[in-house]
Design a protein around this ligand. Structure first.
Ligand SMILES: [Zn+2]
Length: 303
């Protein structure tokens, strides 16, 4: 097959990855299939964002047939995944150690990404998994991986994780994280993302900038990542396309919406988050808040 490009998002959850994926997935030659490296957490009770129930989504059936010859044993893959691709393994993997243990999982991942592109007849695979270990494993398989580091104010992220989001239609919920847990992960995953970005073409995008000016930000990140092709969406496209247009098995439940939505910055945390929580998160994250422009002069527009 023709060579493909993987536009792999980095960062921590609840940072707008689904929004970004759906916007990019509308571009000609692009495919967005949710958090591809998290499909192993998918259960038979879950639905694809296209609405297909169980392992009956024709897209993913085609992907797994191409990549693996059959629908995978998700539990077995998850076990393999947990052995070889945790955040704590990254220093070893970066140094070329533990690679034999990770190799089967890395090879399988690479085949899945290639099969996603082939099934969708696309050249660019957009992935919102954001897990740094999988990003590292993909670079080790010789794939053309470009990193899009997506960050969001950690106070907003912690507020978002504090809420339960209802899954549809099975009635389950995404487990919330406490503010300390969210903040600890935000720091760790963003630091790991920074390290990974040195390996390949990469760029940084703040959720707040994307939500305020999506057309200009998408054009900028594609240009900075060196991804040729469409000029990027024009102002008239400033709506989130319905999730049912995609085949996102894993990710935020908003992926399953069936109506276009306006793009609006989610600023609820500013009025609802207790001031002492905001203060403590700011204290714990201030070096990165400064680096990403959430405090000081560069942060004025969103602060
Ligand atoms: Zn589907």
């Amino acid at each position: 097959m023709a060579s493909i490009t993987i536009l792999y998002m980095l960062g921590w959850g609840r940072s707008g990855g689904t929004l970004l994926g759906q916007l990019l997935g509308e571009l000609p030659g692009f495919v967005y299939a949710g958090e591809i490296a998290n499909v192993w957490s998918w259960s038979d009770r879950a639905r694809c964002s296209c609405g297909a129930a169980g392992p009956s989504c024709p897209f993913w059936r085609g992907v797994f047939d191409r990549a693996l010859g059959a629908w995978p044993d998700m539990e077995r893959v998850l076990t393999s995944h947990s052995r070889s691709a945790r955040l704590r393994h990254m220093p070893w993997l970066s140094l070329g150690l533990r690679t034999a243990q990770a190799k089967p999982y890395a090879e399988m991942l690479a085949r899945v990404y290639e099969a996603v592109a082939e099934t969708a007849d696309a050249q660019v695979v957009v992935d919102s998994t954001r897990r740094p270990p999988e990003g590292l494993l993909l670079t080790r398989r010789g794939l053309d991986v470009r990193f899009l580091h997506l960050v969001r104010d950690p106070r907003a992220v912690a507020y978002s994780w504090s809420k339960r989001i209802k899954e549809r239609p099975e009635g389950g919920t995404l487990a919330p994280h406490s503010s300390p847990t969210s903040t600890l992960h935000w720091v760790a995953w963003n630091l790991a993302s920074e390290v990974l970005r040195r390996r390949r073409p990469s760029t940084l995008l703040r959720y707040e900038d994307l939500a305020h000016d999506p057309g200009a930000q998408l054009r900028r990140v594609l240009r900075e990542l060196g991804i040729a092709g469409p000029p990027g969406p024009e102002e008239r496209d400033l709506h989130v396309p319905p999730g049912t247009r995609f085949h996102a098995l894993a990710g935020n439940p908003i992926r399953a919406t069936d109506e276009p939505r306006p793009i609006e910055p989610d600023e609820e945390w500013r009025s609802r988050q207790p001031p002492h929580v905001r203060f403590l998160i700011g204290l714990a994250t201030w070096p990165l808040l400064l680096r990403y422009g959430y405090v000081g002069r560069a942060g004025r527009r969103v602060g």
